[in-house]
Design a protein around this ligand. Structure first.
Ligand SMILES: CC(C)(COP(=O)(O)OP(=O)(O)OC[C@H]1O[C@@H](n2cnc3c(N)ncnc32)[C@H](O)[C@@H]1OP(=O)(O)O)[C@@H](O)C(=O)NCCC(=O)NCCS
Length: 128
């Protein structure tokens, strides 16, 4: 598989219904839960790109543009943003969908940097 094919096939989609266990006291999705899901999506995207071992080293600015109300759905989309030497940047977009209406809108966005580690927990080259 070429690098371009790996980038395309590693695009990762995660869906979740916004049930009460994800909410804050404003009856909207808790920001910390959104960040956790974004980080997981970034990890899965990096892993599916090259199947190496990754840890999170940095998260860039995360912008929460609109609240995510209870009883909606979210879709998280992870994409390769940049492949470095031992690190990789993954962009994660979060889209809000209402259950009984067509369409969706992007409400959160962030970029996460992960580093590939070898068996001695040292940074190692990304091989593809
Ligand atoms: C990941 C870790 C091994 C990197 O160690 P390090 O000494 O910074 O490694 P290096 O200086 O060789 O950098 C490795 C790569 O990470 C990148 N990097 C390091 N710190 C970074 C930061 N704050 N932001 C973005 N990239 C960073 C470097 O640019 C380099 O990328 P490149 O090889 O693609 O050019 C170390 O920071 C670590 O163990 N951190 C904890 C990770 C962890 O436990 N995460 C879970 C969440 S707590």
């Amino acid at each position: 598989m070429t690098r371009e094919e790996r980038i395309a096939q590693s695009e990762t989609h995660v869906f979740k219904v916004v049930f009460p266990d994800s909410l804050n006291h404003h009856n909207t999705m808790f920001g910390g839960r959104v960040i956790m899901m974004m980080t997981e999506t970034a990890f899965m995207t990096a892993t599916r790109f090259c199947r190496q071992t990754f840890v999170l080293v940095s998260s860039g600015q995360i912008d929460f543009k609109k609240p995510i109300p209870a009883g909606t759905m979210v879709e998280l989309v992870g994409r390769i943003h940049k492949v470095g030497n031992t690190s990789i940047k993954i962009e994660v977009d979060v889209f809000l969908e209402h259950l009984h209406e067509d369409g969706r809108e992007k409400v959160v966005n962030g970029i996460f940097t992960l580093v590939s580690l070898d068996e001695n927990s040292k940074p190692t080259r990304i091989l593809v």
